[in-house]
Design a protein around this ligand. Sequence first.
Ligand code: ASP
Length: 331
Amino acid sequence: MKQLLVLAAAAATLFSAFSASAQTFPGSKPITFVVPFAAGGPTDRVARDLAEAMRKSMGGGANFVVENVNGAGGTIGANKAAKAAPDGHTLLLHHIGMAAAPSLYRKLQYKPLEDFEYLGMINEVPMTLIGKPQLEANTYRDLENYIRTNGGKLNIAHAGLGSASHLCGLMWQSAINAKEAMTTIPFGGTAPAMNALVGGQVDMMCDQTTNTTGQIEAGRVKAYAVTTTKPLSNKLLKDLPTLQEMGLKGFDLTIWHGLYAPKGTPPAILAQINTALKLALKDPDFIKKQEGLGAVLVTDKRVEPAAHKAFVTAEIAKLRPVIEAAGKFAD
Ligand code: ASP
């Protein structure tokens, strides 16, 4: 009997601590989005726009901070977020690298499927293959002919092993059977890589339209093709050929972003963040900003944590053979 009473008292304390934490969340402490790439790049862009939309959807009282933790294709930031206090105040906003890293890194310091709570998907973004303004090739055909025989003479920038840009470059070179691999130049994110491309210090890049649309529009880079099977509806990019149309059968790469919390974050806080995320994805300003950059926000079904986790699980399995066929590995 005494034992039962002790248990009941412990459960009551736990329950009140649990509901108190949900009631007081987020309080005055900011919610930090860890972005595992450089400021000003495409993942950072999604994070800053989402932070604004979620600030509104949480009633305007929540403060959001974006912390850029660059390096090693997003794995340094993801590892930092995995080990943060599980109190809802540190969240990870990551892209397809979440699913690519387990196949690219032999010694990953975190487990993507075990060390996080899944909060929901955010968007899907196509990629574009682009080149520096001085590159001789003007069309995708010119480019492919040149690369097939002279690949080794050009370099391609990316955001580190396991990043979306790295993955895209690997898949593309493998799909065209480039005889010699292009030299790869890693950056802390594709914002600094884009500066180097516009400045002519690197030759090529494949990156999300959220980063490339403005530069293509301004004529600061050459655009060759898109990585999705459907042409883009965005009026600036709708004339770009798809890689599939250019003969690379089945070439289809879409980048997605999702939101994660460290494992052990209380369920009531997760539910609160998930509700705020769903509302934010319906914010007309957020929708407009993202659509203008070629991104599509996902529907409610994909913002369900279980659906998000099932999707990432499937992406890990889908990417493994692609990376093994095309890839290089890191320790
Ligand atoms: N676009 C980058 C990538 O290639 C990441 C970034 O800077 O957002 O993964």
